[in-house]
Write a protein that binds this ligand. Structure first.
Ligand SMILES: Nc1ncnc2c1ncn2[C@@H]1O[C@H](COP(=O)(O)OP(=O)(O)OP(=O)(O)O)[C@@H](O)[C@H]1O
Ligand SMILES: [Mg+2]
Length: 502
């Protein structure tokens, strides 16, 4: 395949949803064998653009050319036939089919075979895995795979469908640092074969690690485009947000007023003998590798999966957290790790979701004060920087990052005494991230206890004054963030650089 040849060309692409103009005339050129990152703030139109390219959305206006040929009304089947493959965040794999079946199935459907030749399918699947250097047992059920390996299955499936353009929408949100490295190796292999790659990602460091080209969208328009070397960090952030972002570091005044004390917290198989204190003004960061118990601590504090032993004191009074109801009665809020399955009612309006955890505030003589709920939601949309036309639309019409912001707003609206945030800014753009951090710092100043569970080490160092590391269910002592840098923290986290051989 000849490199440097344009595979996809978009001209003046527009897309509206009712009154919302998501794309306002986007031009884009993707060459064969190029790794092209698409960046931009939440709601700027990245996912919408991908859906236009894959035929899932019909553009309202504009032209699409694939390998020089103008395509009228691109539909999803034609897009696949032309070599366009998209890997969404849920990977669209079938958990109760095997690796080989998952990889080979679509191809069978696409070639219109009447009967599935499973032996052939298995061979194809093994071949695809070899091509990208993925090592998985083709005969095990996909439900048993890690997130990273499910993603590999999706990539293999794209390969055997003769992908010429592979699009990945935020592929690294659920991956560990090591898995991101592996994914990058595979992406480079595909590039070497002449496959064009489009990646949507909010993490600047990861973009610098993989991209050849960069396109930045803002508010539905293409605002910058060029080789990645043309964008230093300052220009990148400025083009992305249209403003200068000051990355502040949180360093509170010392206080001895206790907000939360946890003593010998234990849940079998999850965490053991974990003790810590959170004073007024503290922002505590809890980190650790996947499966270290870091999320389970959050789940326990919110009563989702309660601890079996140990004590919790809130404002120096012992409390018992056996259920979510207990936690909410004690004014503990929790922004969960997986917003789409735990944090939101997708078929309800933005307003219903925003007031869902604080509904009693709006109940007057057995009647809900709808006007009040509307006003409050409107205020949160503004304060948290959510791109939404009004409180009325279904929350599923929001972009990924904007939905995440509303999960945070929902818990802030409960006026919590203690707020635990698990991966609060996953999928959130740099500008909004800094806005959210600012809001959290204001809350701490007002006396709210804040715990951030995260594997984003720079986020932890900038926003927490105390950091606790979880390893195999056990907690390290309390570390002072001011004395740490990212490299040191990385080392502490992995316990030197031992390499596990999966
Ligand atoms: N089905 C839909 N109905 C109504 N509005 C929609 C729909 N899909 C997207 N939008 C709107 O279009 C705009 C662009 O959304 P899109 O999902 O493309 O953003 P994004 O750049 O992918 O953001 P994020 O980084 O948060 O994922 C947003 O204002 C969003 O609310
Ligand atoms: Mg998106």
């Amino acid at each position: 395949m000849e490199m440097n040849e344009v595979f996809l060309k978009l001209e003046g692409i527009k897309k509206s949803f009712g009154g919302v103009e998501a794309l306002k005339g986007v031009d884009l050129e993707i060459k064969k064998g190029e790794i092209h990152c698409l960046a931009g703030e939440n709601g700027c139109g990245k996912s919408t653009l991908i859906k236009v390219i894959s035929g899932a959305h019909d553009a309202t206006e504009g032209n699409i050319y694939i390998e020089g040929k103008k395509i009228e009304h691109l539909n999803p089947i034609d897009a696949i036939r032309l070599g366009i493959q998209v890997i969404y965040q849920d990977f669209a794999v079938f958990p109760n089919l095997t690796v080989a079946e998952n990889i080979a199935m679509n191809r069978a459907l696409m070639t219109g075979a009447k009967k599935m030749d499973w032996k052939k399918a298995r061979e194809l699947a093994v071949m695809a895995m070899e091509q990208i250097g993925a090592h998985m047992n083709p005969d095990i059920l996909v439900e048993r795979l890690s997130v990273a390996n499910k993603q590999m299955v999706a990539i293999c499936r794209a390969i055997i469908n003769d992908a010429k353009l592979l699009i990945l929408d935020e592929p690294t949100t659920a991956l560990t640092a090591k898995e991101v490295d592996k994914l990058n190796i595979i992406i480079r292999r595909l590039k070497a074969k002449g496959i064009a790659i489009v990646i949507v990602n909010h993490k600047l460091d990861e973009i610098y690690g993989i991209a050849d080209k960069l396109t930045i969208l803002r508010n539905g328009e293409n605002v910058a485009n060029g080789g990645i070397e043309e964008f230093d960090r300052t220009r990148f952030i400025k083009d992305l947000t249209g403003r200068d972002i000051v990355e502040t570091t949180y360093r509170p005044e010392k206080s001895t007023e206790e907000i939360l004390r946890v003593e010998r917290f234990t849940r079998n198989g999850a965490f053991e003998d974990v003790s810590f204190v959170l004073n007024k003004g503290d922002v505590l960061g809890i980190t650790g590798l996947l499966g270290s118990g870091r999320s389970e601590i959050g789940d326990a504090l919110f009563g989702l999966a309660p601890a079996e032993s140990g004590k919790v004191f809130l404002n120096e009074k012992e409390i018992s957290i056996k259920s979510i109801e207990d936690a909410m009665n004690h004014k503990i809020g929790y922004v969960p790790e997986d917003r789409l399955t735990q944090g939101l009612f997708l078929d309800r309006s933005i307003q219903d979701n925003t007031v869902a955890a604080s509904i009693s505030k709006y109940l007057i003589k057995g009647k809900l004060d709808h006007a009040k709920m509307y006003e409050v939601t409107k205020e949160w949309i503004k304060k948290i920087g959510c791109i939404a036309p009004s409180p009325n639309p279904d929350i599923r019409t929001l972009s990924g990052g904007n939905a995440q912001k509303m999960v945070i707003a929902k818990w802030l609206n409960t006026e919590p005494k203690l707020l635990v945030l698990n991966g609060p800014t996953v999928g959130v753009d740099v500008g909004s991230k800094s806005d959210i951090h600012m809001i959290l710092h204001d809350l701490v100043k007002a006396g709210v206890g804040i715990i951030i569970i995260s594997d984003d080490l720079s986020e932890l160092i900038q926003n927490c004054n105390k950091i606790m590391i979880m390893k195999n269910g056990k907690a390290s002592g309390m570390l002072e963030a001011a004395t740490l840098n990212e490299t040191e923290l990385t080392h502490l986290l992995s316990g030197k650089k031992e390499d596990n051989n999966e």
